[in-house]
Design a protein around this ligand. Sequence first.
Ligand code: CUA
Length: 155
Amino acid sequence: MHLHRYEKIWLMLGAGGLALFIVLLCVNAFAMGMAPPSNMEMIDPEKVTETPPFDKPGLKQVGDNEYDAYMTAFAFGFSPTKMEIPVGATVNFHVTSPDVIHGFQIPETNINFMVLPGHISSATHTFDKPGEYLILCNEYCGAGHQVMATTIIVK
Ligand code: CUA
């Protein structure tokens, strides 16, 4: 008799725990749906080349020595092909892809991220040293992957 009641309590506790777990899962999923990562901006990947500002990739001065760089990474290259900035410039890169997943890496800087079709990936770097910086794709993206690179000139 005692054992029976004991088991019943445990069963109820177990069911209650499971219900609570499910509720928490739902709340969690709901909360995540309500607040997508703030750095995830999306555009239609099929219309990248028609969507401003990616229809005219390039540098836009936004401060004293600060620039927004709107770029596209595609099979197999980057647009614009060449950029020039003054020493000490801070550049906010905004990159998207019209086709497949690419990488965006500038060796000797902290810039290294993935570029997904239609997603706008962003990162900022201040170029304190003059030189020619390589921008390259570090995600395998097809036959032309090895030649997918461009440069940014700091002087
Ligand atoms: Cu693009 Cu590898």
